[in-house]
Design a protein around this ligand. Structure first.
Ligand code: ZN
Ligand code: ZN
Length: 327
């Protein structure tokens, strides 16, 4: 199989040809047809996250077809279209797993970080963590749902039911969650980097009633705000934009330092929370919602061998929506 592999954080991915292995008990082998490029992949490649299992094949927004079943896999069949997300395995026995919070598992494996991911022509996955994707929609269009959509969904649920919702950073996750929020009857306010008029127009085209710079004060106090951009300076700005009792959700796995801010930005029972990873229930809930709403992802397709270019373009923000690698 062909793959793009990370040997040393901070250096480019290398194209390699690897022997294909058979799935072990409880595993499946998937012929990858598309894999989204997530900001977390960029954090892994740039060495901003601790302890990736090097060398590692990144990629955790995997769409493909099952082409080999390990012993004991009964709920999936050969040829079935499945998706593999970031959550690749949980222990099932730690405090968090036993509380139903497997997203916080003490002994997890994460796809494309501590087990090999989908920047490849094939991937082995634990069958229990793969989602059935049905047969509606194009493979590449579905790929961003597996993380941008899923983590976006968890952060939206965490934001509560407030009507006025701010989205800071209008990339892959926000472009999906804006569609969900609008379908739920919410009013969306989109914040981009100052001067990013293309991004602001993109947000309006997806139903945002207001789009502006993250430095701006929105025209109404927000019930909640979700931060998708990995910039800690946005935290006090978002707290200032939400009403008393409002909530700010940090949705990224990595963020630059949050600057000191006045206590009165938090006072008034405002809440500041983070979202970590996903549960399989999040996946089932979100994929059902996505199908009902008929979410349309905006994607830029790159060949697998151009993974480094896709990462570079994500870093500079040179496309709207999401990048997807196709073998
Ligand atoms: Zn656990
Ligand atoms: Zn991701």
């Amino acid at each position: 199989m062909q793959a793009m592999i990370l040997r040393h954080p901070g250096s480019p991915l290398e194209p390699v040809v690897l022997p294909e292995r058979s799935p072990g008990p409880g595993e499946i082998r998937i012929r990858v047809t598309a894999c989204g490029v997530c900001r977390t992949d960029l954090h892994v490649v740039d060495g901003e996250l601790d302890t990736p299992a090097l060398p590692i094949i990144p990629g955790h927004e995997i769409v493909g077809r099952v082409d080999a079943l390990g012993d004991g896999v009964k709920h999936l069949r050969l040829g079935q279209r499945v998706g593999v997300p970031w959550l690749g395995y949980t222990c099932g026995t730690c405090l968090f797993c036993s509380m139903g919070r497997e997203n916080l598992c003490e002994r997890p494996l994460f796809t494309g970080y501590t087990r090999d991911g989908g920047f490849a022509t094939a991937v082995i996955a634990d069958a229990r963590y793969a989602f059935d994707l049905g047969d509606d929609g194009e493979d590449a269009s579905l790929a961003p749902l597996l993380c941008a959509g899923l983590i976006g969904w968890r952060s939206l649920v965490m934001a509560g039911n407030g009507k006025l919702l701010g989205l800071y950073g209008f990339g892959a996750a926000a472009h999906i969650i804006a569609q969900v929020a609008v379908a739920q009857g919410r009013r969306v306010f989109a914040f981009t980097k100052p001067g990013d008029e293309k991004g602001q127009a993109f947000a309006r085209s997806l139903g945002a009633e207001w789009a502006g710079s993250s430095q701006e004060v929105p025209p109404a106090k927000l019930d909640a705000a979700i931060l998708y951009a990995p910039d800690g300076r946005l935290v006090p700005l978002a707290l200032a934009a939400v009403r008393k009792g409002g909530r700010v959700v940090c949705a990224g796995i990595h963020m630059s330092d949050i600057p000191a801010f006045r206590y009165d930005l938090l006072w008034g029972e405002r809440e500041l929370v983070s979202v970590a990873n996903l549960t399989r229930q999040d996946g089932r809930d979100f994929l059902a919602a996505a199908a009902a709403i008929k979410i349309k992802t905006h994607i830029t397709i790159y060949p697998l061998s151009s993974a480094n270019q896709a990462l570079a373009d994500l870093r500079t923000g040179s496309f709207e929506g999401a990048a997807v690698l196709v073998p």
